[in-house]
Design a protein around this ligand. Sequence first.
Ligand code: B12
Length: 340
Amino acid sequence: MTVPTSFRSGLAEDYLQLVGDSDEYGAVALVTELLDAGVAPQRIMIDLIARTQARVGELWAANEWSVAREHAATAISERALAAVAARTMVRPSRGSITIACVDGEWHALPVRLLAEMLRLDGWRVDFLGANVPGQHLVTHLHQTGPDAVALSCMIATRLPRAHAAITACRAAGVPVIAGGRGFGPGGRYAQHLGADAWAAGAEEAVQRLARNWPPHSPDPQLSAFLGDEEYTYVVRHRGDLIGTAMKTLAQTYPRLREYNTRQLDATTEDLSHIVDFLAAALYVSETQIFTDFITWTSAVLDARGVPPVALRVGLEAVRSQLHDYPTAVAVLNAGTHLVK
Ligand code: B12
């Protein structure tokens, strides 16, 4: 049998088409054929399934695929991943690792992929999935005593919860490896929040955990600003900030009065994201959390035909309520400058 070193041309497009057409059997058959042809399961997971998911995200962001189509494609990729995993059992030869998404984090597929990659490398994996509340995670760690915990945060708004979970895991004596794009470029915020290690993706995590684990980490150098007064104010008044901003928008952005219920709901969600990303930026003292979010939101709104002025007045409607909070105002200003 010849072992292909790369996929045939057009394979990625075929797989994208299958998940986009909700063809679950076709997608499972395709990955099974690849395994039968001798392709390494790791390559199928990383180069086909993960890469396609990134493409699905781009298609959703560009408004070419609906949310429903993205959900269906993701559900099929979960099945394809499960099919690969079911056919590649490995006897555990390393320690045990608990894998979880932090509280409020719903991106379970990236960590499912991480789990399967670590299993293939000989780890005994305890996979807890999406949205694991910190105190339940710690109770579980006390009951099971793993050698490591892998925490995922894909959206920066979950960083305060990630910090609580990291702190609690370390206090329970279990070292933490963090990952997911929520931890910022190069995992900068993971270090800031006290994680013992960080990895960009599953392959790097496999390597990182295979050597030098448990790590010898000094006490983390936490920022003095974590959870300061401004952060506390924004979080405590989240509902009021969003509600008042909606009322202000009705005055300052006349088009809002013609919005249907769906558009009004979407606007409320956008304002919620503004407040939540602002809170995360204040928590970690990193304006970039907010400016990255504004860059991303601008592109998403643009693809949906929403003019930049709508985002600008939304930002102003939040800022006008925060006069007494100079850091919050500075962060909002940095975001507003990016809206063309
Ligand atoms: C599917 C999906 C969803 C699904 C998730 C379902 C599921 N079962 O996972 C649902 C519908 C729930 C969802 C919701 C949202 N999503 Co979403 N989602 C995606 C999508 C399309 C694919 C995710 C995926 O499977 N990726 C495949 C994996 C393999 O990608 P990966 O990141 O390379 O994974 C590696 C690393 O992240 C790393 N890693 C991850 N965790 C960990 C942990 C450790 C310890 C380590 C070491 C490594 C590690 O290892 C992984 C494997 O190599 C992405 C697009 C994308 N590019 O990923 C958007 C995306 C992540 N989502 C996004 C957004 C905005 C959201 C929402 C806020 C949307 C909304 N308006 O509600 C919500 C937030 C929900 C929440 N609070 O968690 C944005 C994030 C943008 C940003 N600002 O950062 C993205 C990038 C889409 C986009 N192009 O804009 N989403």
